[in-house]
Structure formats: C-alpha cells, structure tokens
Design a protein around this ligand. Structure first.
Ligand SMILES: [Zn+2]
Length: 217
C-alpha cells in the first residue's frame, strides 16, 4: 500500500505515519527525518538543507526529489511505503506520479490531516526538546524540574523551527505551496480528509478505518 500523508507542520502526521508504518510493516519515509539526519552528520546535503530549514523555508524540489526517489527504490519499499512531508508542491506531486508509474505502481490514498492554524501554533511553540531525544510540552508533558530533562538531566531547548515566528512562517509557506497539491489529489480522486484535532489515538483509529475501507473496495 502506498500512502501519502498531508498535513501542516504540527498536525501530528509524523506520529501517525510512524504508527501506520509499524502496524502495516511498511517503511515510513520522512523527508524531515532524512534532512535532520544529514544536518546532524554535517553532510553536504545537510548543510544545504539547513540553510532553508533555519529560515522556515522549504528545501528546493531538485534536492528533495532526488532523495525521495533514491529511498523509494530500496528493497524494503517493495510492499509499499508511507510518504511524510513529501510531496509539498505540485511540481513534486507530478514528479512523484512519474516515478511511481515508472515503478509500475500508484498511490492508494492521500490522507489529509486537518488541524486549524491556531492549534498548530499552540502545539508547536509550547514544545521543548532534549539532546537525548525526549520531547516536552507546556500543556501535555512538563518536565519535573523546569527546563531540565527528566531522563538525562540535560538542559532543554526550543528547536529553531519550533520558535513561534518560524512556525508562523512555516504555516504560511505550507498553505501557499501545499494547498494546490490538496486540490491535485482531490482531482485525482484519492484525497481523504482526516480530522486531526482529537487525541492521537483517536486520529489513528479513524485512519485505520479509512485503510480498512480502502482494502474492501
Ligand atoms: Zn534528555
């Protein structure tokens, strides 16, 4: 099964993609994770990507397309995969279609996880992280000692792309560039809207229901 997950930054689509990936045993391809890994390792791609990500801008199509095509051609993708964070522009969506048709397959569904902007800003700007990988939030998960990680005792920090100004910029970018691909998949007849406001477990349930109904078609 080939799934495309759409949704603003902070919509929870990464979490949902991870869960579906585990349940279905198909890889979760997150362009954000691939970029962050490269930034951390200081690769050429990482340096290029960081310039854009830090400014709250999208990484250019040429860079992104190459990475995704390379990842989709790996053996573990033969039974399907979930794309998270890609495509983000109509040009990328068209590129994806042509790569998939070369592979002799097509996307089963584009799931659009919908969360209002105000909720996204609240979710993201309240988040802090630790170098060990733990994530905290002012409302949902506070550390026992303010600003200090429960797990390892290190100081928490706000990721550059979670700062409120950057979040607003990311949302603006998202709506400008991604809205057309929602129309693109709607026209293709594979777009399915998912309400992203409820708790993550409930969002997962509605996605599972959608996938079941797809299989019985
Ligand atoms: Zn920690």
């Amino acid at each position: 099964m080939i799934l495309i997950l759409l949704g603003a930054p902070g919509s929870g689509k990464g979490t949902q993609a991870g869960r579906i990936s585990d349940m279905r045993g198909i890889p979760h391809i997150s362009t954000g994770d691939i970029f962050r890994k490269n930034v951390k390792e200081g690769t050429e791609l990482g340096r290029k990507a960081k310039e854009y990500i830090d400014k709250g801008l999208l990484v250019p199509d040429k860079v992104t397309n190459g990475i995704v095509e390379d990842r989709m051609s790996k053996a573990d993708c033969s039974k399907g995969f979930i794309l998270d964070g890609y495509p983000r522009t109509t040009a990328q969506a068209e590129m994806l279609d042509s790569v998939l048709s070369r592979m002799g397959v097509k996307a089963d569904a584009a799931l659009n996880i919908k969360v209002p902007d105000a909720d996204v800003i609240h979710r993201l700007s309240g988040r802090s992280v630790c170098r060990c990988g733990e994530t905290y939030h002012v409302d949902y998960k506070t550390p026992k000692k303010k600003g200090i990680c429960d797990k390892c005792g290190n100081k928490l920090y706000v990721r550059d792309d979670d700062k409120q100004e950057t979040v607003r910029k990311r949302l603006k970018e998202y709506h400008e560039k991604t809205s057309p691909i929602i129309d693109y998949y709607r026209k293709a007849g594979i777009l399915i809207d998912i309400d992203g406001i409820p708790l993550p477990d409930m969002v997962t349930e509605s996605i599972v229901d959608v996938l079941k109904s797809l299989e019985t078609l």
